[in-house]
Design a protein around this ligand. Structure first.
Ligand SMILES: Cc1ncc(C[n+]2csc(CCOP(=O)(O)OP(=O)(O)O)c2C)c(N)n1
Ligand code: SF4
Length: 267
């Protein structure tokens, strides 16, 4: 099928600014789903609110556009009631780590079979460029005109610490590997966290003196490196990308099914 077979053209033109990374990530999600050959009717996209979360309106699957920060709670409900469906949750960093941080760590701990694609642009895009829990120390934002004094979460370490059984990082520059990572995350039985560094040229870019979206993409190219590379040994500041964790652990819906079975047998 062509990409347009997966989108709702009635909602276009989309709201994303020119150069925003979120559209690239939506394209990668479509290609991963196409490569895996999953039927449209077997996919559910659940999102909260944010520029990233608008993906939910644009994709032509079963979709649930819910409350800011609450997408994973809704996704857990969907997966528990229809475990045969593939559930994907596109999220912003504000959505995932601020208001939704609680749901993120508990989804990881429970190992619900849902794929969270966290589109990390280090800023609240939709509401005008406030700093988020992934804005770097010293970075500028609408609400940090003198530089941010909060230290950012390391998203990969956060997900690993909370017990996620699949944890990966990629960027909007590395499209081919992003597609492969999303495919593996979808196939993984358990909670998958895919952090995608995604440029917001309008707020993060302007505030932090990036001349254009292209400059931001070049930054992802030059400031990241595959996990365990020689470059990382030489320059520890480089951000690693790839799959950090891929582990088989009991999946929540299957465990819950056992409880239902035990209860129906009278204990
Ligand atoms: C309960 C609630 N609180 C706050 C908001 C306002 N709000 C909408 S989107 C958003 C943050 C968006 O940032 P992020 O999740 O990082 O996504 P982005 O827009 O950058 O893709 C906020 C605070 C809301 N819609 N609902
Ligand atoms: S404000 Fe930022 S995140 Fe939102 S659409 Fe524009 S570039 Fe993308």
């Amino acid at each position: 099928m062509a990409v347009r077979d997966y989108i709702r053209e009635r909602f276009f033109p989309h709201l994303w600014c020119p150069g925003c990374g979120h559209g690239t990530i939506m394209g990668a999600m479509i290609r991963a789903i196409e490569d895996l050959g999953i039927r449209k009717k077997d996919i559910v996209i659940v999102s909260g609110i944010g520029c990233s979360s608008r993906i939910c309106g644009y994709l032509d699957f079963h979709t649930l556009h819910t409350l800011h920060g609450r997408a994973l709670a809704f996704a857990t409900g969907v997966k528990l009631s229809r475990p045969e469906l593939t559930v994907l949750v596109p999220m912003g960093d504000g959505d995932a780590f601020s208001i939704g941080g609680n749901h993120l760590i508990h989804s990881a701990r429970r190992n619900v079979d849902v794929t969270a694609i966290i589109m990390n642009n280090s800023i609240y895009g939709m509401t005008g460029g406030q700093y988020s829990p992934s804005t770097g120390y010293g970075d500028f934002a609408t609400t940090a005109p003198y530089g941010n004094i909060d230290r950012p979460f390391d998203v990969v370490k956060l997900a690993m610490g909370a017990g996620a059984s699949f944890v990966a990082r990629t960027t909007a520059y590395h499209v081919t590997s992003m597609i492969k990572i999303i495919e593996k995350a979808i196939k993984h039985k358990g909670f998958s966290v895919v952090e995608v560094l995604s440029q917001c040229p309008t707020y993060y870019g302007r505030k932090n003196k990036f001349a254009s979206a292209v400059e931001m993409l070049k930054h992802y190219k030059t400031h990241t490196t595959p996990i365990g590379s020689k470059e990382k040994e030489k320059n520890p500041e480089l951000i690693e990308r790839g799959i950090f964790v891929q582990e088989e652990l009991p999946e929540y819906c299957e465990e819950y099914e056992k409880i239902i079975h035990m209860a129906s047998q009278g204990g």
